[in-house]
Design a protein around this ligand. Structure first.
Ligand SMILES: [Zn+2]
Length: 330
């Protein structure tokens, strides 16, 4: 699989900016430091001279002289280290502060693409995929439990108690997220906070540095269909569905809201299966009850969901409606 040209170009741009910034920072450090301590500038010039001299001497094959130059060079480096240390500065203060010490912000090391380059490209790809999702609006901090009833009904526990537990579970899930976190199945009627909590998890997990893809099932299926049937796609380029299968956490919102076709059924089955085989965590939210899931998708999909996902049953009355009513009254 290859990255698309524009993602690669974006990655190179970021690397070039990082590198330029590191070099500028070094220039600025030198400017200030050499004005205050001229000896340090002398050392730099002498180190350069010994470098040139070493090359010429090596070419002449004068080994005893080469050894002398080497000793001079080491002594100069030592003197510089001691001076920096006396000034309370780190040893590497006069080297460019590259973001990635492995490739020095070149993007390649040992002829291979550096992991920092991959990281830039992945996080940009996920950012683009999540562009449509209101990730910035939802947060654990604005999840309001007071909209859920505190009364027991029909001998069942109060919705607020149940939602309090789910809320705590989701917060803990986000805080301790790792690639071995479990899959979650959020089930409950519209307006009970499934989207709010899954978006909050997405936001928190992204902040931990993981690659998250968030989107509604109907939107992803529409995109998968476009990709599947469009001809002018570069075959081995990463597509939306590849990123979905690749990411650290996939969140499929609103399973069951899609237009049901044999394509949607086969694709959903493949997505769920692929993520399970890769052992990568997935969160699915749905308005359907387990019984409705079984009726709509059949035993094959249902058994995978029930067997491999932690179910979270959302309780209460439509919180969105309640919020609107409260807003209308005030
Ligand atoms: Zn690197």
């Amino acid at each position: 699989m290859a990255y698309s040209k524009d993602l690669l170009a974006y990655g190179r741009d970021v690397l070039a900016q990082r590198k330029q910034k590191a070099l500028q920072t070094l220039q600025e450090r030198k400017r200030q430091l050499y004005a205050a301590v001229p000896r340090l500038q002398e050392i730099e010039m002498q180190l350069q001279q010994t470098g040139y001299a070493a090359i010429q001497t090596a070419m002449r094959g004068d080994l005893p002289r080469l050894e002398e130059i080497k000793q001079t060079n080491l002594a100069l480096q030592q003197e510089r280290r001691e001076m920096l240390s006396r000034l309370g500065l780190p040893e590497d203060y006069l080297t460019p502060p590259f973001t990635c010490p492995i490739c020095q912000d070149e993007g390649y090391a040992d002829g291979k693409r550096c992991s920092c380059f991959d990281k830039i490209i992945k996080s940009e790809a996920y950012r683009r995929l999540n562009r449509q999702s209101p990730l910035s609006l939802c947060d654990f901090s604005n999840f309001d439990l007071s909209y859920y009833s505190a009364d027991e009904y029909d001998g069942k526990p109060a919705a607020r108690k149940q939602m309090h537990d789910i809320f705590a579970y989701c917060q803990h899930y986000a805080k301790t997220f790792s690639l071995s976190s479990p899959n979650l199945l959020m089930s409950g009627r519209t307006g009970l906070g499934k989207t709010h909590l899954s978006l909050s998890i997405a936001k928190a997990v992204i902040q931990l540095g993981f690659g998250v893809v968030y989107g509604s099932t109907p939107d992803f299926l529409a995109e998968a269909e476009r990709e599947r049937f469009s001809r002018n796609q570069n075959e081995d380029e990463f597509k939306t569905t590849d990123w979905m299968m690749e990411c650290d956490l996939l969140i499929l919102d609103d399973l069951g809201a899609e237009f049901s076709t044999s394509f949607s059924y086969a694709t959903l089955y493949q997505w769920i299966n692929t993520r399970l085989n890769k052992r990568l965590p997935t969160i699915i939210s749905t308005n359907l009850t387990p019984k409705e899931l079984l009726d709509l998708y059949g035993e094959r999909v249902f058994s995978r969901l029930i067997g491999n996902y932690v179910p979270l049953f959302f309780a209460g009355q439509d919180v969105r409606q309640k919020k609107e009513q409260a807003a209308a009254k005030s």
